[in-house]
Design a binder for this molecule. Structure first.
Ligand SMILES: NC(=O)c1ccc[n+]([C@@H]2O[C@H](COP(=O)([O-])OP(=O)(O)OC[C@H]3O[C@@H](n4cnc5c(N)ncnc54)[C@H](OP(=O)(O)O)[C@@H]3O)[C@@H](O)[C@H]2O)c1
Length: 279
């Protein structure tokens, strides 16, 4: 099955990453658009507003709607005047019903896209597709061309899938930022504090990929170093302490599952973490 003509409405982070990935692979991107002025570099293919965007699109064109989740119903109504087009939105948290009255599907990529350059992150990513069988087959073709592994989710799986995605994509970034703040509050120069945890996190991710989480886990919790946790807690206050405690309780659960930690030490660590902050 050939990849259809593709048009993208919504040129934010996702839309630009997808458009650039299609462009680089010489896949048939025929139009991009949205409600605002064309983003830098996309003036030639850009159509502003739903009417201009839809005008002249050939039947069978796949329209990817890449706007914020809450804007999907409004944008779907604005695009509903077209005949013979295929539609898919890009939200991981919503099913095809999010773009009713359009009869469409979902093309989600499990990735965290930066403002520019997001196309480089697409190959090797996972994602999810939904829709009627013919559309799903088309979305599988598109995913294969972009080197994405996509799965089909049941309705009951969709929200858990997205909850897991925000843990991996957003919580990790936020915890790294807490770490940066702790370093800076301790007087470590910002130029180092902003960078020094990233290679560590990258190494931990590589180990998790290669070994699985239980074998990859290192650090004082899994070693059962109760005194080290106690020393950490003595210097942490406020939001930093709350973030540390909640993350380390999760680490303690993983340490327990790994079977590598002495149960008595794990109990002592959990008791320390569950103690009220002295402040
Ligand atoms: N970013 C990611 O990493 C990522 C990953 C996977 C899935 N997604 C999904 O992709 C979708 C878009 O997310 P994003 O991160 O790309 O958002 P974004 O960077 O905020 O971009 C959203 C785009 O939609 C446009 N837009 C907003 N409201 C609109 C409306 N009422 N009518 C027409 N256009 C409108 C915005 O235009 P203006 O510039 O005019 O506001 C902007 O171009 C969401 O469903 C999100 O869940 C995102």
């Amino acid at each position: 099955m050939a990849i259809p003509f593709i048009a993208i409405y919504g040129m934010g982070r996702f839309g630009r990453a997808l458009a650039s990935a299609l462009d680089r692979r010489k896949l048939p991107l025929v139009r991009v658009g949205g409600r605002s002025a064309a983003p830098e570099g996309w003036q030639t293919l850009y159509a502003r507003g739903p009417e201009a965007f839809l005008r002249g699109l050939k039947a069978g064109t796949l329209v990817v709607i890449a706007v914020p989740d809450d804007a999907l119903p409004t944008v779907a109504r604005q695009l509903a005047d077209a005949d013979g087009l295929l539609f898919a939105h890009t939200s991981g948290a919503r099913g095809p019903e999010a773009i009713l009255p359009l009869q469409g599907g979902v093309f989600h990529i499990l990735q965290s896209f930066p403002p520019t350059g997001g196309e480089a992150l697409i190959p090797g990513s996972y994602g999810a597709v939904a829709g009627e069988p013919g559309l799903i087959a088309t979305l599988h073709e598109l995913a294969t061309a972009l080197e994405i592994t996509v799965i089909e989710l049941t309705e009951a799986q969709r929200v858990p899938y997205h909850a897991a995605a925000v843990l991996a994509g957003n919580a990790v970034v936020s915890l790294l930022d807490v770490g940066r703040g702790i370093l800076e509050a301790a007087g470590i120069p910002a130029e180092h504090a902003q960078r020094m945890l990233i290679p560590l996190a990258r190494g931990a991710l590589q180990n998790a990929q290669a070994l699985g989480a239980e074998k990859a886990l290192t650090g004082p919790v899994v070693r059962g170093d109760v005194g080290t946790i106690e020393r950490h807690l003595k210097v942490l206050t406020g939001a930093n302490r709350r973030a540390y405690v909640s993350a380390m309780l999760t680490v303690a659960d993983l340490a327990e599952r790994s079977g590598r930690t002495d149960p008595g030490k794990l109990k002592a660590i959990r008791e320390l973490l569950n103690q009220k902050s002295p402040a």
